[in-house]
Design a protein around this ligand. Sequence first.
Ligand code: ZN
Length: 495
Amino acid sequence: MLVPVCCSGSVACGRAWQQRSSDSLGDSAIAKEGRMMTGTKRVYWDLPFDKAYSTQVLSAEFKDGQLQVVLKETIFHPEGGGQPSDTGVLRLQDQSIQERLGGGELAVSKVLEEGDKILHFVSLSPTALAASLTETAETTRTADREGTTGTADTEGTAGTPAREEVAALLRGANVTCEIDWDLRFDLMQQHTGQHILSRAFEELLDAKTVGFHLSEEYVTIDLAIPSLSEEDAARVEDRANEIVFRSIPVFAKEYEAGKLPEEIRTRLPISAENIRVVYVGDFDACACGGTHVTSTGQVGLIKINQIDRAHGGVRVVFRCGNRALRDYRQKERFLSETAKILSQSWTSVPAAVTGLTDKVVSLEKSLEDARKALLEQEIAGMIREAAGAAAHEALVKHLPGKSVEELRMAVKRVSEAVKVPAVFFTLEPRFQAIVASSDSKPDARTVTARIASLVGARGGGTPQLAQVGSKEPLEMDENEVKQVILEALQDALNH
Ligand SMILES: [Zn+2]
Protein backbone atom coordinates (compact mmCIF):
# COMPACT_ATOMS: atom_id res chain seq x y z
CA MET A 1 0.00 0.00 0.00
CA LEU A 2 1.12 3.49 -0.71
CA VAL A 3 0.04 6.13 1.73
CA PRO A 4 -0.88 9.59 0.56
CA VAL A 5 -0.66 10.64 4.17
CA CYS A 6 -0.36 14.33 3.93
CA CYS A 7 -2.84 15.31 1.30
CA SER A 8 -5.43 12.68 1.99
CA GLY A 9 -5.74 13.55 5.64
CA SER A 10 -7.61 16.49 7.00
CA VAL A 11 -4.62 18.18 8.54
CA ALA A 12 -1.88 20.33 7.12
CA CYS A 13 0.08 19.03 4.23
CA GLY A 14 3.40 20.75 4.75
CA ARG A 15 4.71 19.40 8.00
CA ALA A 16 1.85 17.10 8.77
CA TRP A 17 3.95 13.98 8.93
CA GLN A 18 5.96 15.46 11.77
CA GLN A 19 3.41 16.81 14.13
CA ARG A 20 0.13 15.11 13.36
CA SER A 21 -0.89 12.85 16.19
CA SER A 22 -2.43 9.45 15.70
CA ASP A 23 -5.72 10.91 16.89
CA SER A 24 -5.93 13.41 14.09
CA LEU A 25 -5.65 10.94 11.26
CA GLY A 26 -8.12 8.10 11.13
CA ASP A 27 -7.19 4.56 10.17
CA SER A 28 -9.14 4.91 6.96
CA ALA A 29 -6.83 7.66 5.77
CA ILE A 30 -3.75 5.67 6.70
CA ALA A 31 -4.96 2.44 5.20
CA LYS A 32 -5.42 3.77 1.70
CA GLU A 33 -4.11 1.48 -0.95
CA GLY A 34 -1.87 2.84 -3.60
CA ARG A 35 -1.43 2.75 -7.31
CA MET A 36 -0.03 -0.78 -7.51
CA MET A 37 -3.20 -2.33 -6.15
CA THR A 38 -6.48 -3.31 -7.76
CA GLY A 39 -7.87 0.23 -7.58
CA THR A 40 -7.13 3.24 -9.75
CA LYS A 41 -3.52 3.85 -10.72
CA ARG A 42 -2.61 7.43 -9.78
CA VAL A 43 -0.76 8.67 -12.83
CA TYR A 44 -0.81 12.25 -11.54
CA TRP A 45 1.95 11.38 -9.07
CA ASP A 46 4.53 10.48 -11.73
CA LEU A 47 3.21 12.72 -14.51
CA PRO A 48 1.96 15.89 -12.82
CA PHE A 49 2.50 17.91 -16.01
CA ASP A 50 0.49 15.59 -18.28
CA LYS A 51 -2.64 17.36 -19.40
CA ALA A 52 -4.14 14.34 -21.20
CA TYR A 53 -3.95 10.59 -20.70
CA SER A 54 -5.63 7.67 -22.43
CA THR A 55 -7.07 4.86 -20.35
CA GLN A 56 -10.07 2.59 -19.94
CA VAL A 57 -13.28 2.77 -17.92
CA LEU A 58 -13.31 0.06 -15.22
CA SER A 59 -16.79 0.76 -13.93
CA ALA A 60 -19.62 3.22 -14.45
CA GLU A 61 -22.81 3.48 -12.44
CA PHE A 62 -25.49 5.93 -11.43
CA LYS A 63 -25.67 6.67 -7.71
CA ASP A 64 -28.05 9.26 -6.30
CA GLY A 65 -28.72 10.47 -9.81
CA GLN A 66 -25.03 11.07 -10.49
CA LEU A 67 -22.90 9.09 -12.93
CA GLN A 68 -19.73 7.86 -11.21
CA VAL A 69 -16.90 6.53 -13.34
CA VAL A 70 -13.83 4.57 -12.17
CA LEU A 71 -10.88 4.48 -14.54
CA LYS A 72 -7.99 2.04 -14.77
CA GLU A 73 -5.57 4.94 -14.40
CA THR A 74 -6.20 8.61 -13.82
CA ILE A 75 -4.50 11.98 -14.03
CA PHE A 76 -7.34 13.57 -12.01
CA HIS A 77 -6.23 14.37 -8.47
CA PRO A 78 -9.05 13.70 -5.99
CA GLU A 79 -10.25 16.15 -3.36
CA GLY A 80 -8.54 15.75 0.01
CA GLY A 81 -6.23 17.17 2.64
CA GLY A 82 -7.39 20.73 2.11
CA GLN A 83 -6.98 20.60 -1.67
CA PRO A 84 -9.92 20.64 -4.13
CA SER A 85 -10.11 18.04 -6.88
CA ASP A 86 -9.10 18.46 -10.50
CA THR A 87 -11.83 19.01 -13.07
CA GLY A 88 -11.87 18.35 -16.80
CA VAL A 89 -13.39 15.97 -19.34
CA LEU A 90 -13.39 12.32 -20.34
CA ARG A 91 -13.34 12.02 -24.13
CA LEU A 92 -14.79 8.81 -25.55
CA GLN A 93 -12.65 7.21 -28.26
CA ASP A 94 -15.12 4.75 -29.73
CA GLN A 95 -17.18 6.25 -32.55
CA SER A 96 -20.09 3.85 -32.11
CA ILE A 97 -20.43 4.66 -28.39
CA GLN A 98 -20.30 8.35 -29.20
CA GLU A 99 -23.09 7.94 -31.73
CA ARG A 100 -25.22 5.92 -29.32
CA LEU A 101 -24.74 8.46 -26.52
CA GLY A 102 -25.22 11.47 -28.74
CA GLY A 103 -21.78 12.91 -27.97
CA GLY A 104 -18.25 12.03 -26.97
CA GLU A 105 -17.42 14.41 -24.14
CA LEU A 106 -18.21 13.77 -20.49
CA ALA A 107 -17.52 16.62 -18.06
CA VAL A 108 -15.76 15.68 -14.80
CA SER A 109 -16.98 18.07 -12.09
CA LYS A 110 -15.61 16.40 -8.96
CA VAL A 111 -13.19 13.60 -8.09
CA LEU A 112 -13.25 11.70 -4.79
CA GLU A 113 -11.38 8.77 -3.27
CA GLU A 114 -13.32 5.71 -2.17
CA GLY A 115 -11.09 3.03 -0.74
CA ASP A 116 -8.51 2.19 -3.39
CA LYS A 117 -10.67 3.66 -6.15
CA ILE A 118 -10.95 7.16 -7.50
CA LEU A 119 -14.49 8.18 -8.41
CA HIS A 120 -14.98 10.65 -11.25
CA PHE A 121 -18.32 12.43 -10.95
CA VAL A 122 -19.37 12.90 -14.53
CA SER A 123 -21.97 15.20 -16.02
CA LEU A 124 -23.42 14.10 -19.29
CA SER A 125 -22.59 17.22 -21.21
CA PRO A 126 -23.96 16.33 -24.66
CA THR A 127 -27.37 17.92 -24.76
CA ALA A 128 -28.81 15.05 -26.74
CA LEU A 129 -27.78 12.62 -24.02
CA ALA A 130 -29.04 14.85 -21.25
CA ALA A 131 -32.36 15.07 -23.05
CA SER A 132 -32.53 11.33 -23.42
CA LEU A 133 -31.96 10.88 -19.70
CA THR A 134 -34.70 13.35 -18.91
CA GLU A 135 -37.02 11.33 -21.10
CA THR A 136 -35.87 8.20 -19.32
CA ALA A 137 -36.61 9.74 -15.95
CA GLU A 138 -40.07 10.72 -17.19
CA THR A 139 -40.67 7.19 -18.39
CA THR A 140 -39.51 5.86 -15.02
CA ARG A 141 -41.90 8.13 -13.15
CA THR A 142 -44.75 7.07 -15.43
CA ALA A 143 -43.81 3.43 -14.89
CA ASP A 144 -43.75 4.01 -11.13
CA ARG A 145 -47.26 5.42 -11.23
CA GLU A 146 -48.42 2.46 -13.29
CA GLY A 147 -46.81 -0.01 -10.93
CA THR A 148 -44.21 -1.27 -13.38
CA THR A 149 -41.18 0.02 -11.50
CA GLY A 150 -37.81 -1.17 -12.67
CA THR A 151 -38.53 -1.89 -16.29
CA ALA A 152 -38.50 1.55 -17.88
CA ASP A 153 -35.14 2.60 -16.45
CA THR A 154 -33.44 -0.25 -18.18
CA GLU A 155 -35.24 0.18 -21.46
CA GLY A 156 -35.49 3.90 -21.99
CA THR A 157 -37.70 5.47 -24.60
CA ALA A 158 -37.53 4.47 -28.20
CA GLY A 159 -34.23 5.47 -29.80
CA THR A 160 -32.63 6.81 -26.60
CA PRO A 161 -30.35 4.99 -24.13
CA ALA A 162 -31.57 4.49 -20.55
CA ARG A 163 -29.29 5.04 -17.59
CA GLU A 164 -28.38 1.41 -17.30
CA GLU A 165 -27.52 1.30 -20.96
CA VAL A 166 -25.39 4.46 -20.63
CA ALA A 167 -23.46 2.87 -17.77
CA ALA A 168 -23.09 -0.41 -19.68
CA LEU A 169 -21.84 1.40 -22.80
CA LEU A 170 -19.19 3.20 -20.76
CA ARG A 171 -17.82 0.14 -18.98
CA GLY A 172 -14.63 -0.93 -20.72
CA ALA A 173 -14.74 2.08 -23.06
CA ASN A 174 -11.48 3.74 -24.06
CA VAL A 175 -11.33 7.35 -22.93
CA THR A 176 -8.86 10.19 -22.87
CA CYS A 177 -8.72 12.12 -19.60
CA GLU A 178 -8.17 15.83 -20.07
CA ILE A 179 -7.67 17.92 -16.95
CA ASP A 180 -8.38 21.62 -16.59
CA TRP A 181 -4.74 22.58 -16.82
CA ASP A 182 -5.06 26.13 -15.50
CA LEU A 183 -6.69 24.80 -12.34
CA ARG A 184 -4.16 21.96 -11.96
CA PHE A 185 -1.14 24.25 -12.39
CA ASP A 186 -2.64 26.75 -9.96
CA LEU A 187 -3.20 24.02 -7.36
CA MET A 188 0.35 22.72 -7.86
CA GLN A 189 1.77 26.22 -7.42
CA GLN A 190 -0.20 26.81 -4.22
CA HIS A 191 0.43 23.34 -2.84
CA THR A 192 4.18 23.28 -3.47
CA GLY A 193 4.40 26.86 -2.21
CA GLN A 194 2.75 25.67 0.99
CA HIS A 195 5.41 22.97 1.49
CA ILE A 196 8.11 25.63 1.13
CA LEU A 197 6.41 28.21 3.33
CA SER A 198 5.58 25.69 6.08
CA ARG A 199 9.20 24.53 6.13
CA ALA A 200 10.49 28.14 6.21
CA PHE A 201 8.23 28.87 9.23
CA GLU A 202 9.55 25.78 10.98
CA GLU A 203 13.17 26.53 10.10
CA LEU A 204 13.21 30.18 11.20
CA LEU A 205 10.54 30.35 13.92
CA ASP A 206 10.08 26.72 14.97
CA ALA A 207 6.44 27.25 13.97
CA LYS A 208 4.75 24.01 13.00
CA THR A 209 1.88 23.90 10.50
CA VAL A 210 -1.21 22.29 12.02
CA GLY A 211 -3.82 23.23 9.42
CA PHE A 212 -3.97 23.85 5.67
CA HIS A 213 -6.74 24.99 3.35
CA LEU A 214 -6.62 25.76 -0.34
CA SER A 215 -9.63 27.81 -1.43
CA GLU A 216 -10.43 29.30 -4.82
CA GLU A 217 -9.06 32.70 -3.87
CA TYR A 218 -6.26 32.16 -1.37
CA VAL A 219 -4.42 29.59 0.74
CA THR A 220 -4.19 29.40 4.53
CA ILE A 221 -1.94 27.56 6.97
CA ASP A 222 -2.48 27.45 10.72
CA LEU A 223 0.65 27.71 12.82
CA ALA A 224 1.11 26.45 16.37
CA ILE A 225 2.59 29.71 17.67
CA PRO A 226 0.84 32.31 19.84
CA SER A 227 1.64 35.30 17.61
CA LEU A 228 3.52 36.37 14.50
CA SER A 229 5.07 39.79 13.92
CA GLU A 230 5.15 41.38 10.48
CA GLU A 231 8.94 41.41 10.65
CA ASP A 232 9.13 37.66 11.30
CA ALA A 233 6.57 36.99 8.57
CA ALA A 234 8.72 39.02 6.17
CA ARG A 235 11.84 37.02 7.11
CA VAL A 236 9.99 33.75 6.46
CA GLU A 237 8.61 35.13 3.19
CA ASP A 238 12.16 36.09 2.10
CA ARG A 239 13.45 32.63 2.94
CA ALA A 240 10.60 30.91 1.06
CA ASN A 241 11.21 33.06 -2.03
CA GLU A 242 14.93 32.40 -1.84
CA ILE A 243 14.09 28.69 -2.19
CA VAL A 244 11.87 29.56 -5.17
CA PHE A 245 14.57 31.63 -6.88
CA ARG A 246 17.15 28.84 -6.44
CA SER A 247 14.86 26.72 -8.65
CA ILE A 248 15.67 23.48 -6.85
CA PRO A 249 14.07 20.18 -7.87
CA VAL A 250 10.86 18.89 -6.30
CA PHE A 251 10.56 15.09 -6.43
CA ALA A 252 8.97 12.14 -4.64
CA LYS A 253 10.41 8.93 -3.21
CA GLU A 254 8.62 5.94 -1.86
CA TYR A 255 9.63 4.14 1.31
CA GLU A 256 8.54 0.94 2.88
CA ALA A 257 6.97 1.34 6.29
CA GLY A 258 9.61 1.31 9.01
CA LYS A 259 12.31 2.32 6.53
CA LEU A 260 11.68 6.05 6.50
CA PRO A 261 14.93 8.06 6.68
CA GLU A 262 15.60 9.72 10.02
CA GLU A 263 14.85 13.26 8.84
CA ILE A 264 11.27 12.37 8.04
CA ARG A 265 10.67 10.10 10.98
CA THR A 266 7.07 10.50 11.97
CA ARG A 267 4.99 10.02 15.06
CA LEU A 268 2.29 8.56 12.86
CA PRO A 269 1.50 4.93 13.47
CA ILE A 270 1.78 4.11 9.78
CA SER A 271 0.66 0.59 8.99
CA ALA A 272 0.87 0.90 5.23
CA GLU A 273 3.44 -0.79 3.06
CA ASN A 274 4.70 2.25 1.20
CA ILE A 275 4.92 5.90 2.06
CA ARG A 276 5.31 8.65 -0.51
CA VAL A 277 7.63 11.44 0.56
CA VAL A 278 7.84 14.69 -1.38
CA TYR A 279 11.23 16.41 -1.33
CA VAL A 280 12.01 20.05 -2.03
CA GLY A 281 15.70 19.47 -2.73
CA ASP A 282 17.40 19.06 0.62
CA PHE A 283 15.28 21.87 2.08
CA ASP A 284 12.15 19.89 2.95
CA ALA A 285 10.81 16.35 3.04
CA CYS A 286 7.16 15.63 3.69
CA ALA A 287 4.86 12.64 3.39
CA CYS A 288 2.30 13.77 0.82
CA GLY A 289 -0.07 12.40 -1.80
CA GLY A 290 -0.78 15.64 -3.62
CA THR A 291 0.33 17.11 -6.93
CA HIS A 292 3.41 19.32 -7.03
CA VAL A 293 5.48 21.19 -9.57
CA THR A 294 8.87 19.69 -10.41
CA SER A 295 11.03 22.72 -9.61
CA THR A 296 10.59 25.43 -6.97
CA GLY A 297 10.99 28.07 -9.68
CA GLN A 298 7.62 26.98 -11.13
CA VAL A 299 5.91 28.05 -7.89
CA GLY A 300 6.61 31.70 -8.66
CA LEU A 301 6.32 34.37 -6.00
CA ILE A 302 5.17 33.31 -2.52
CA LYS A 303 3.41 36.25 -0.86
CA ILE A 304 1.94 36.38 2.63
CA ASN A 305 -1.16 38.60 2.50
CA GLN A 306 -2.65 38.48 5.97
CA ILE A 307 -1.95 37.30 9.51
CA ASP A 308 -4.93 36.41 11.73
CA ARG A 309 -5.43 34.81 15.11
CA ALA A 310 -7.19 31.44 14.87
CA HIS A 311 -7.82 28.57 17.27
CA GLY A 312 -5.27 29.81 19.80
CA GLY A 313 -2.60 30.04 17.11
CA VAL A 314 -1.92 32.05 13.99
CA ARG A 315 -3.53 31.75 10.55
CA VAL A 316 -1.42 32.92 7.63
CA VAL A 317 -3.18 33.79 4.37
CA PHE A 318 -0.91 33.63 1.33
CA ARG A 319 -0.88 33.31 -2.45
CA CYS A 320 1.64 31.81 -4.85
CA GLY A 321 2.51 32.20 -8.54
CA ASN A 322 -0.30 33.41 -10.78
CA ARG A 323 -2.59 34.04 -7.81
CA ALA A 324 0.05 36.32 -6.29
CA LEU A 325 0.41 38.11 -9.63
CA ARG A 326 -3.37 38.62 -10.01
CA ASP A 327 -3.59 39.82 -6.41
CA TYR A 328 -0.68 42.24 -6.98
CA ARG A 329 -2.30 43.54 -10.19
CA GLN A 330 -5.66 44.14 -8.50
CA LYS A 331 -4.15 45.83 -5.46
CA GLU A 332 -1.96 48.04 -7.64
CA ARG A 333 -5.03 49.06 -9.67
CA PHE A 334 -6.99 49.93 -6.53
CA LEU A 335 -4.05 51.86 -5.14
CA SER A 336 -3.44 53.81 -8.34
CA GLU A 337 -7.18 54.59 -8.68
CA THR A 338 -7.19 55.88 -5.10
CA ALA A 339 -4.06 57.95 -5.78
CA LYS A 340 -5.75 59.43 -8.85
CA ILE A 341 -8.86 60.40 -6.85
CA LEU A 342 -6.61 62.05 -4.28
CA SER A 343 -4.39 63.66 -6.97
CA GLN A 344 -1.37 62.21 -5.20
CA SER A 345 1.39 59.73 -5.99
CA TRP A 346 0.70 56.20 -4.67
CA THR A 347 3.38 56.61 -2.01
CA SER A 348 1.46 59.59 -0.61
CA VAL A 349 -1.88 57.76 -0.36
CA PRO A 350 -1.61 56.81 3.36
CA ALA A 351 -0.69 60.37 4.37
CA ALA A 352 -3.39 61.85 2.13
CA VAL A 353 -6.08 59.52 3.53
CA THR A 354 -4.97 60.27 7.09
CA GLY A 355 -5.21 63.99 6.28
CA LEU A 356 -8.72 63.53 4.88
CA THR A 357 -9.85 61.50 7.88
CA ASP A 358 -8.56 64.18 10.26
CA LYS A 359 -10.35 66.82 8.21
CA VAL A 360 -13.63 64.87 8.35
CA VAL A 361 -13.37 64.56 12.14
CA SER A 362 -12.71 68.28 12.45
CA LEU A 363 -15.60 69.18 10.10
CA GLU A 364 -17.96 66.86 11.96
CA LYS A 365 -17.03 68.63 15.20
CA SER A 366 -17.65 72.06 13.60
CA LEU A 367 -20.97 70.87 12.19
CA GLU A 368 -22.05 69.54 15.57
CA ASP A 369 -21.15 72.87 17.24
CA ALA A 370 -23.07 74.80 14.58
CA ARG A 371 -26.14 72.54 14.95
CA LYS A 372 -26.07 73.02 18.71
CA ALA A 373 -25.87 76.81 18.35
CA LEU A 374 -28.70 76.79 15.81
CA LEU A 375 -30.86 74.59 18.06
CA GLU A 376 -30.28 76.95 21.00
CA GLN A 377 -31.47 79.86 18.87
CA GLU A 378 -34.50 77.93 17.68
CA ILE A 379 -35.40 76.90 21.24
CA ALA A 380 -35.13 80.53 22.41
CA GLY A 381 -37.28 81.64 19.46
CA MET A 382 -39.98 79.03 20.16
CA ILE A 383 -40.08 79.97 23.87
CA ARG A 384 -40.46 83.67 23.00
CA GLU A 385 -43.16 82.91 20.48
CA ALA A 386 -45.10 80.63 22.85
CA ALA A 387 -44.77 83.05 25.79
CA GLY A 388 -46.15 85.87 23.65
CA ALA A 389 -49.16 83.85 22.46
CA ALA A 390 -52.54 84.80 23.84
CA ALA A 391 -53.68 81.35 24.90
CA HIS A 392 -51.34 78.74 26.29
CA GLU A 393 -52.27 75.81 24.11
CA ALA A 394 -50.28 72.68 23.42
CA LEU A 395 -47.37 73.24 21.04
CA VAL A 396 -47.02 70.97 17.99
CA LYS A 397 -43.97 71.68 15.83
CA HIS A 398 -42.48 70.06 12.76
CA LEU A 399 -38.68 70.41 12.96
CA PRO A 400 -37.30 68.93 9.71
CA GLY A 401 -33.70 67.67 9.72
CA LYS A 402 -33.49 67.34 13.50
CA SER A 403 -32.21 64.18 15.17
CA VAL A 404 -34.23 62.41 17.87
CA GLU A 405 -31.76 63.73 20.46
CA GLU A 406 -32.25 67.29 19.22
CA LEU A 407 -36.05 66.88 19.21
CA ARG A 408 -35.94 65.56 22.76
CA MET A 409 -33.79 68.40 24.05
CA ALA A 410 -35.84 71.09 22.30
CA VAL A 411 -39.30 69.80 23.27
CA LYS A 412 -38.27 69.33 26.91
CA ARG A 413 -36.80 72.83 27.21
CA VAL A 414 -39.69 74.58 25.48
CA SER A 415 -42.40 72.64 27.33
CA GLU A 416 -40.80 73.36 30.72
CA ALA A 417 -40.29 77.04 29.92
CA VAL A 418 -43.88 77.78 28.79
CA LYS A 419 -45.56 75.19 31.02
CA VAL A 420 -47.62 73.57 28.27
CA PRO A 421 -47.45 70.07 26.78
CA ALA A 422 -45.48 70.01 23.52
CA VAL A 423 -44.94 67.55 20.67
CA PHE A 424 -42.04 68.05 18.25
CA PHE A 425 -41.63 65.75 15.24
CA THR A 426 -39.72 65.04 12.04
CA LEU A 427 -40.93 63.13 8.97
CA GLU A 428 -37.58 62.31 7.31
CA PRO A 429 -36.15 59.76 6.94
CA ARG A 430 -39.13 58.42 8.93
CA PHE A 431 -41.66 59.75 11.42
CA GLN A 432 -40.26 60.47 14.89
CA ALA A 433 -42.03 62.48 17.59
CA ILE A 434 -41.20 63.37 21.18
CA VAL A 435 -43.96 64.32 23.62
CA ALA A 436 -43.06 66.47 26.65
CA SER A 437 -45.55 67.04 29.44
CA SER A 438 -43.70 68.52 32.42
CA ASP A 439 -46.63 68.19 34.87
CA SER A 440 -47.78 64.85 33.37
CA LYS A 441 -51.06 66.41 32.27
CA PRO A 442 -51.70 64.71 30.01
CA ASP A 443 -49.53 61.61 30.54
CA ALA A 444 -46.98 61.72 27.68
CA ARG A 445 -47.29 57.93 27.28
CA THR A 446 -51.04 58.21 26.65
CA VAL A 447 -50.33 60.74 23.91
CA THR A 448 -47.69 58.58 22.21
CA ALA A 449 -49.93 55.50 22.48
CA ARG A 450 -52.74 57.43 20.77
CA ILE A 451 -50.41 58.71 18.03
CA ALA A 452 -49.02 55.21 17.59
CA SER A 453 -52.49 53.76 17.08
CA LEU A 454 -53.37 56.49 14.56
CA VAL A 455 -50.26 56.22 12.34
CA GLY A 456 -49.23 52.60 12.90
CA ALA A 457 -46.10 53.33 14.88
CA ARG A 458 -44.58 52.30 18.21
CA GLY A 459 -43.97 54.42 21.28
CA GLY A 460 -43.04 54.52 24.95
CA GLY A 461 -41.39 56.54 27.73
CA THR A 462 -42.29 58.24 31.01
CA PRO A 463 -45.36 60.32 31.98
CA GLN A 464 -43.23 63.47 31.41
CA LEU A 465 -41.37 62.49 28.24
CA ALA A 466 -42.27 59.85 25.64
CA GLN A 467 -41.23 58.97 22.12
CA VAL A 468 -43.09 57.54 19.14
CA GLY A 469 -41.76 56.53 15.73
CA SER A 470 -42.60 54.59 12.59
CA LYS A 471 -40.44 52.01 10.85
CA GLU A 472 -41.19 53.39 7.40
CA PRO A 473 -41.88 56.97 6.22
CA LEU A 474 -45.55 57.96 6.68
CA GLU A 475 -47.80 58.51 3.71
CA MET A 476 -49.08 61.75 5.30
CA ASP A 477 -48.00 65.35 4.90
CA GLU A 478 -46.94 67.73 7.66
CA ASN A 479 -50.43 69.12 8.25
CA GLU A 480 -52.09 65.72 8.37
CA VAL A 481 -49.54 64.57 10.96
CA LYS A 482 -50.10 67.76 12.98
CA GLN A 483 -53.82 67.04 12.95
CA VAL A 484 -53.26 63.49 14.18
CA ILE A 485 -51.04 64.76 17.02
CA LEU A 486 -53.56 67.44 18.07
CA GLU A 487 -56.32 64.82 18.14
CA ALA A 488 -54.13 62.55 20.23
CA LEU A 489 -53.41 65.39 22.69
CA GLN A 490 -57.08 66.23 22.97
CA ASP A 491 -58.03 62.57 23.52
CA ALA A 492 -55.34 62.22 26.18
CA LEU A 493 -56.51 65.35 27.99
CA ASN A 494 -60.11 64.06 28.01
CA HIS A 495 -58.96 60.64 29.15
ZN1 ZN B 1 1.97 18.10 -0.81
